[in-house]
Ligand binder design. Sequence first.
Ligand code: SAM
Length: 245
Amino acid sequence: MRMTRRRWIADSWDEATASLTGEQASHLIRVLRAQAGMEFDIVAGDRVWHAVIAGITGDAVRFNLVAEVEADPALPITLLLSIFKFDRMEWAIEKATELGVDRILPIVARRSEKHLVQAAQNRLERWRRIARQSAQQSRRSDVPVVEEPLALRTAAHNKNEELSLLLAEQERTTTLRHALEEALASAADECPPIRLAIGPEGGWIAEEEALFDSEGWKPVSLGPRILRAETAAITAMAVAAALLE
Ligand code: SAM
């Protein structure tokens, strides 16, 4: 079995080399006392390389890419996360990244609090940093994309080739697990990309549910108990990961 080396996400790269700068490089230089010749795994775009430190200049570490190693792709899941309390959203972004989410789409739902919606754009950079750090910590070979906050109407638009599931606590007949098992059983070869939508603390309003319905989303349940939005997001990711991996 191949040894898992510590994995770093390159800030820049070409066919043969990669560099780390900023926080990652300074951690590598000061805490791990990086020296030429030390070996690490480097994520460059969507590829992972076994790499050797070629040199350190100022606050940058340069690597030679030696051999490509097998990457573990993200799960084909986009998480539509209604904007809710930022500390809880951040937790959800971190944990969804650990669980393999591919894309996170913050959405403005009717019951998203106004002041949070106004502040969301300025949080984007922080959300992206959390996703990046969490990807690195969990040794992912890629960083999930955190999109710009979107109006629910735009985000709900369905492209048909996706399996779009609306997490709804009132749903009593179809569980998320059941919907995913059914989709996997009827998939010709691969499972279609999946979209999971999580409502804000106050839940979806009826018009939003009707809109999702008209766009072909299927309501699914995580069981009879009402979960907090961030718990619902992580539980949904974990159920999907358990079935897809
Ligand atoms: N409207 C609810 C209330 O106050 O009674 C609360 C909504 S819940 C805190 C926030 C979101 O988590 C929901 O919109 C839904 O997407 C998801 N959720 C929570 N519990 C769920 C469950 N048992 N099944 C499916 N989704 C759930």
